[in-house]
Design a protein. Structure first.
Ligand SMILES: [Zn+2]
Lengths: 317, 278
């Protein structure tokens, strides 16, 4: 297993060092895999130990870790015949949210998701995965197309939020998100939503209302990022770690609150340690989930979704 | 989430009405000193500059509904503090303070009444209740009253005043966007009118759900309406915002609103619009 490229997170440093040591030893032609068996076992148990102690903030860090698969990585490895579709037909195309036709296990689907960049240049082009109204309107256009041609919709959520800018406000960021949420609640095809990294606020649920909401083990989902919440309350990001716990943004917390339907396991150390394994795991889960949704008759599907969406909330009286 | 700031800055905040010391009020629009009695008679709109002071949820009920027709719903719903949220202040304490200040258990007043004889379901948000933020109870009350409108086949109105999602309820708050919008989808399918009235301020997840989904979107003059908060935008783009940015007049110009209606004409306008639909 290649060691993921840096910058490494502080808590993964010991594993990185041990992995490098193993790698160095293996470079020596006189040493074979059997000789480093103990070290590999040690690495494994170290990684398990770290995984068991991850704080909510650590998971936020993992969700943003460079090398973590993004939407187009999953599209490339889980789907075939991907054809990207561009433009909202009103104003422009938004590279921060990609949409396209593809096949999943041979079945035609509409797949879409927020897309971050892998280097500075691409990050800027993709606006760090923060979509403008055009992105949400393109997504809706593609969802309506999916409805017309009876294709299931799969959305991959990975955003720090919908972009907060002048143009975005002028062109109706709020209206675009609102319309998506409303239309997704009654779209007459299956919708499967997966939080693969960051799932912040309206920007996330703008493509996040569906029959099932799944979440990767180290993703986070919530109304605001811990840093922003800290900034609002204390004027700086100093309380982000505590707030990550308080705000209940991890997959485990959200499963308990019945916000998400399923937690998807990641490879040891996180998706970036073994992307290939991550693709296999997600493909398995999506296969199961889509098979179940495909079986439902469309009226029953929509009714079930409406019940699910309208029953979230906790109160007394 | 901008309500923290807004609440502090006190733009258009209505000083408690029953305190005798507040006989006079300074207008946040033109700085003129106004006699409270006259201001109240003028629906809390400054007679000099037209500034709309913020009013409570029940004030809107009184303003819009025919006398004696209002039947309030779900007044007993209250938040359970599902996250056991404690940050700078305990959510429980915020709730307690808000209940004391407003005499209500939540930031939404909902019910059925008549607007010039037209039976209508209506929810009104109250900014004084934790910045009008949308928690589970607020979302539920709006959803329930809209559903009632759906069952009774009558028009629905939501009067928004909100800083957006309620951080103290985390993603439960976020999901109220889905809950309310899903019912509005059904109103549209059933051919029933839904009118959104946006007052100062309407921001965040509230704007990005039911507030922008009206057949008709109406705003009060000068109301702050937007998705992202001013501070967040300024920090993101690192430049100053154009004058009038995110005000009702700006949104009208950008095509997001059907009209801006001064408070005194709101009831007549709603009745007139609804008369075309029923
Ligand atoms: Zn004035």
């Amino acid at each position: 297993m290649p060691i993921p490229k840096g910058p490494h997170l502080e808590f993964e440093q010991p594993v990185v060092e041990l992995s490098m040591k193993i790698e160095d030893l293996l470079k020596n032609s006189e040493i074979n895999a059997a000789d480093v068996k103990d070290l590999l076992a040690k690495k494994d148990s170290l990684q398990k130990k770290i995984a068991s102690k991850l704080s909510a903030w650590n998971r936020v860090e993992l969700s943003r870790r460079s090398g973590r698969p993004y939407t187009l990585d999953y599209v490339q490895h889980l789907f075939t015949d991907f054809t990207e579709l561009h433009g909202d037909r009103y104003f422009g195309d938004d590279p921060a949210l990609v949409c396209g036709l593809a096949r999943f296990n041979g079945q035609s689907v509409m797949v879409m998701g927020h897309q971050k960049g892998k280097d500075t240049k691409e990050s800027i082009r993709r606006n760090f995965g923060m979509a403008h109204p055009e992105g949400y309107r393109k997504a809706l256009r593609c969802m309506k197309m999916a409805e017309k041609f009876h294709l299931p919709v799969i959305t991959l959520i990975d955003t720090m939020g919908a972009y907060p800018g002048i143009g975005a406000e002028e062109r109706g960021q709020a209206e675009a998100i609102a319309k998506n949420i409303m239309e997704m609640s009654v779209l007459r095809v299956p919708i499967l939503c997966i939080v693969i990294g960051e799932g912040a606020s309206g920007g996330a649920i703008g493509i996040g209302i569906g029959d099932r909401l799944l979440m990767l083990e180290n993703a986070w989902f919530g109304v605001i990022s811990p840093e922003s919440c800290s900034a609002i309350l204390w004027g700086d990001s100093s309380k982000k770690m505590d707030l990550s716990e308080t705000m209940k943004i991890t997959a485990a917390d959200l499963f308990e609150l019945k916000i998400i339907d399923r937690i998807i396991r990641e490879p040891l150390g996180g998706a970036h340690w073994d992307p290939e394994q991550m693709y296999r795991i997600l493909k398995g889960v999506l296969t199961e989930e889509l098979e179940a949704l495909n079986k439902l008759q469309v009226d029953a599907l929509v009714e079930k979704r409406l019940n699910k969406v309208t029953s979230i909330g906790q109160f007394a009286g | 989430m901008e309500w923290f700031r807004k609440a502090k800055s006190g733009i258009g905040t209505l000083i408690k009405r029953d305190t005798p010391v507040d006989l006079w009020v300074k207008c946040d629009g033109c700085k003129e000193i106004l006699y409270r009695k006259e201001l109240a008679a003028n629906k809390y709109v400054c007679e000099h500059c037209g500034f709309h002071f913020r009013i409570g949820a029940n004030d809107y009920v009184k303003l819009l509904m025919d006398e004696g027709t209002w039947q309030v719903m779900d007044t007993n719903l209250r938040s359970t503090d599902p996250l056991k949220f404690t940050a700078k202040k305990k959510y429980k304490d915020s709730l307690h303070d808000a209940e004391k200040n407003t005499g209500a258990h939540s930031g939404v007043v909902a019910g059925i009444g008549e607007i010039k004889g037209i039976k209508t379901s209506m929810a009104v948000m109250d900014f004084r209740f934790i910045g009008g933020s949308m928690g589970s109870v607020e979302g539920e009350k709006i959803a329930r009253v809209l559903k009632r409108g759906l069952q009774m086949k009558i028009p629905s109105i939501v009067v928004a005043a909100s800083g957006g999602a309620r951080m103290q309820e985390g993603s439960l708050s976020l999901m109220q966007m889905g809950k309310t919008s899903a019912i509005i989808a059904q109103l549209h399918k059933a051919g029933l009118p839904y009118i959104s009235v946006m007052t100062n301020p309407t921001t965040g997840g509230v704007t990005a759900s039911f507030a922008m989904l009206g057949d008709i979107n109406i705003a009060e003059p000068g109301a702050l309406i937007g998705f992202a908060g001013e501070r967040v935008i300024r920090e993101t783009i690192r430049q100053n915002l154009p004058p009038g940015f995110q005000r009702a007049e700006f949104l009208l110009e950008k095509g997001m609103l059907d009209m801006i209606v001064p408070r005194k004409q709101l009831k007549d306008t709603l009745a007139s619009v609804l008369s075309h639909f029923i």
